[in-house]
Ligand binder design. Structure first.
Ligand code: C5P
Length: 401
């Protein structure tokens, strides 16, 4: 179920994140929704009515009264809407909403609304962490509203922490999920997500192995994001220093590719979404020496044999699972990624190119492109936590199709 034909009332309050609303309006309009924007009087300091009305194709209201003695009826606006989104929702607007401080058009409209209300808070980290904000968010949740939590990252103040408004795409997805009868906030509730992460180590002898530089960060970020969305997460990780204390994540530590394969297939039948972010060693020593290999000759030859391709096997045994693979390429990136999508029978593949600075293995950031059989989407360089949000948003958009 899409948002096409739905009436979306977007209430903007006065924070720097108001600039993101242009993208949100565009997303809704592109998908055939009707958008009406209202704003608090202060919001005009951040964005213009002209830009918002051009995108929404409707006049934008911030006052009860128009120019020619007309009345901008908050009641009509409220009853018109199929959903109301307050974004960005400042600490002030949130407090007014929860306490009925009805001193502007946005609050009067909100209090008259009978439709579901989505709130995307945005403020500086200390304001977000303040007990009053926490209490107000809880209250809003008790009123039955959907809270789309602020994200962590760099804030307009230059400080780093939680307080950034969720990305427009995340807000859009929450509303789209709602119309698709999926819990907008716990959008993966009832789903089991299996993620492979980290490197594998292939023993040469009791003290040596063949491994790689994968940190496991991408897989752990994906696991945490899936868990936030209500999924039951099975995380199968090779040797990694990453940890998680998330109770929804069942962490299984393995060492080699063969162990990873066996662990995956303990669970595979009951998995809804499989994401293979592990950097599995392609080859393993044919024989593992029982004792530490002594350095005798100038040359040492270790015979290697091919490891099982875990993801390919998942693809072959796919029944209902939605499968996501990763491709880390240095040349012919797009072609190779699309080739893997076909060959491994995947539903989507995430490409990171080693040519992009900040992307790939050991970094905290990543820059990705996503391919499906019919589509392609490119993303900016972001923290791996945010990349995980993009990936799961994309997965959800595919599941809704
Ligand atoms: O073929 P290539 O190794 O480039 O494919 C990468 C994708 O396949 C990743 O999603 C990786 O986790 C998965 N893979 C796997 N088992 C292997 C090799 C790769 O699951 N032996």
């Amino acid at each position: 179920m899409s948002v096409s034909g739905k009436k979306i009332l977007i209430a903007v309050s006065g924070g720097i994140a108001a600039y993101k609303i242009h993208f949100l309006i565009r997303d809704f309009v592109k998908k055939g929704a009707e958008v009406q924007v209202i704003m608090t009087p202060d919001t005009e300091q951040f964005v213009t009515k002209l830009s918002l009305s051009t995108l929404s194709k409707k006049p934008v209201y911030s006052e009860f009264y128009g120019d020619n003695g007309t009345w901008n009826s908050h009641v009509e606006l409220a009853l018109w809407a199929d959903v109301m989104i307050v974004a960005p929702c400042t600490a002030n607007t949130l407090a007014k909403m929860t306490h009925g401080m009805c001193d502007n058009l946005v609050i009067a409209t909100y209090m008259s609304a009978k439709c579901p209300v989505f709130i995307a808070p945005a403020m500086d980290l200390d304001m977000y962490a303040h007990p009053s904000t926490k209490q107000n968010l809880e209250m809003a949740e008790d009123y039955g509203h959907f809270i789309i939590p602020a994200e962590s990252g760099e804030l307009a103040s230059g400080l780093i922490g939680q307080g950034r408004m969720a990305e427009p795409e995340t807000v859009f997805r929450a509303v789209e999920n709602f119309f698709g009868n999926i819990n907008p906030v716990k959008s993966l509730e009832g789903k089991t997500v299996l993620i492979t992460a980290g490197p594998t180590y292939e023993a040469i002898d009791p003290v040596r192995f063949i491994g790689n530089h994968s940190s496991g960060k991408m897989g752990f970020s994906l696991a945490e994001e899936a868990s936030k969305r209500g999924a039951k997460v099975i995380l199968i990780s090779g040797p990694s220093t990453q940890t998680t204390d998330d109770k929804n994540i069942e962490l299984h530590k393995v060492i080699s590719a063969k162990e990873m394969l066996n662990k995956v297939f303990e669970f595979y039948d009951r998995v809804d979404i499989g994401i293979a972010s592990a950097a599995v060693a392609d080859y393993a020593p044919k024989e593992v020496a029982r004792e530490k290999i002594k350095k005798n000759d100038d040359n040492l030859t270790i015979e290697l044999v091919k490891n099982p391709d875990i993801l390919k096997t998942m693809g072959e045994k796919k029944t209902h699972q939605f499968l996501v693979g990763f491709a880390l390429e240095t040349q012919n990136e797009e072609e190779n990624a699309k080739g893997k999508l076909e060959k491994k029978n995947l539903d989507m593949i995430v490409l990171n190119s080693l040519r992009d600075e900040g992307a790939g293995f050991k970094n905290d950031t990543n820059k990705i492109k996503i391919f499906t059989k019919t589509g392609k989407k490119e993303f900016d360089l972001k923290s791996k936590d945010k990349v995980a949000v993009d990936i799961l948003n994309f997965v959800e958009s595919q599941l809704l199709k």
